[in-house]
Design a protein around this ligand. Sequence first.
Ligand code: B12
Ligand code: SF4
Length: 499
Amino acid sequence: MNKVLLFNPRSAASKARIPNSILNIAASIDGLYSWVIVDGNRETDPWQKIKNYLETGEFKYFGVTTMPGPQLKQAIPYSKQTREQFPGVTIIWGGYFPSNQSRVVLTSGYVDYVINGPGDKCFPQLLNALENNLPIDSISNLIYYKDSEIIRTRKDEIYDQDELAPLPYEQLNELYPIKQYLGKTYLGTRTIAYHSSFGCPFKCSFCAVVPIYNARWKGKSAANIYKDIKFLKDQFGGNAIEFHDNNFFVSEKRTVEFSKLIKKEKMVWWGEGRIDTIDRYSDESLALMRESGCKMIFFGAETGNDEILKKMDKGGTQSSQEIRSFAARMAKFDIIPEYSFVLGTPADTPEQVMKQIDSDIAFIKEIKNINPRTEIVIYVYSPVPTEGSEMYNKVLESGFRFPEKLEDWISPHWEKFDLRKNPLTPWLTPEMIDKIKDFETVLNGYYPTVSDTRLTLSKRRIIHALATLRYKTGIYRKPYELKALQILWKYRQPELEGF
Ligand code: B12
Ligand code: SF4
């Protein structure tokens, strides 16, 4: 039987996390096919390792997961080299990038199939069809080229998460000791990365989750999450959890059940949620969550402008007023709200864009006044192709286009665009980007993030004092003195590196 080589390209400069995307895919074929994982986060020369495996002649399938950004820097050249040096190997890509950018991926000539969204059923079915020369057009969640036409097969509903195969942690541990995946973070000394649900019930117009899951969400039961976490705690010493779900908190019932189970384990945990969803939780639920170890929650606050919130199609009830009052409510329960904002959204005139940036800066400062422990994460708006939305049409009208060749995604300026740090969006002038960045530097100086465990109290005091005048007077321009300190102290940015 032909073997399967699964590859997780490097995604983080340090702190490798459990590679959940590729591990889920390994689970889907475990017991059916022999597989190995090459984790780019754990290899100094992943290509050499891939090549060694392929040279055995035993591997016929090369499966690659990739999100936009730095993972493409290995996904693209290694797939290309595989095609050139091992033309008999079938190359299959999955994950957020190929699902949302399938055309550019398939026209590269070195990716044969794209898995569109969850691969749990589609991947084993595709391998079975290829192994046995069966037709593939009835397999769901697949995108491929046929007679110079892109074929997208039907999309399955999200699967019942409790019915999926268990994650093969033990096999992973043989390839890469799991202990080394449990890194030191703000949450604990051995932090587990766990993904407990797929999709999201909302349809924000800028979000890459929407085209894939179309406002659907399904989560594992609290009992099953607990079972995995307990295993990772007992076997490998995990003592904190970061949930990587797009929206962990959709079901209050599930959150409460999980909190009750995890409480006795004394583990600190973190996840991503919606302000309006969690604001509907009862006081008892919030108190229980905190008691059970929930120390911080990440929220997409996005902006203080109600008009723009509407355009972003946040759905639900999120308003600027709720963003404010919720920051205060979280303080009562001692849960740190980590609010992310998206600055630089398109508008009709440059003056309006700039005015909006100014008003978001003022809003962020207001939130900090209401609850100074609120952690602020700032992104510069960069569009994802959620076709048909008002925002997306505006982006196209402004002349914006995505790259047409796969390799262009790893050119230096597009890479920055992926990181949402320096988008090539026509409505943003360098002056606007500078204003956002300079404010971010001053804000991070005045309120250093608690999630940077390397920043000592004295360093915090020094940078806070240095930033005070700028923060209070609103003179953010060219804060070189703060930038120098941040570089010197390797100030970390949660938006790029996670915890
Ligand atoms: C963890 C994570 C990170 C970590 C990476 C950790 C690691 N693995 O080492 C860090 C913090 C470094 C990171 C950074 C970034 N990330 Co990130 N990240 C995630 C997150 C939260 C979880 C990924 C995960 O493990 N999912 C769990 C698995 C099980 O789900 P999955 O990946 O969807 O896999 C399923 C299918 O997609 C498919 N599949 C996936 N891969 C493959 C491969 C094969 C062969 C097959 C057959 C199928 C298949 O089958 C799987 C099982 O059903 C996702 C959001 C999310 N909830 O998924 C964002 C997400 C993928 N990240 C995103 C982005 C944009 C980034 C950044 C580029 C920018 C940023 N500021 O966030 C940076 C830079 C990336 C980099 N350095 O390369 C976006 C992608 C959006 C888009 N436009 O496509 C997401 C969706 C977050 C979001 N909602 O905006 N990220
Ligand atoms: S709530 Fe979050 S995950 Fe859900 S659609 Fe909006 S941005 Fe995406």
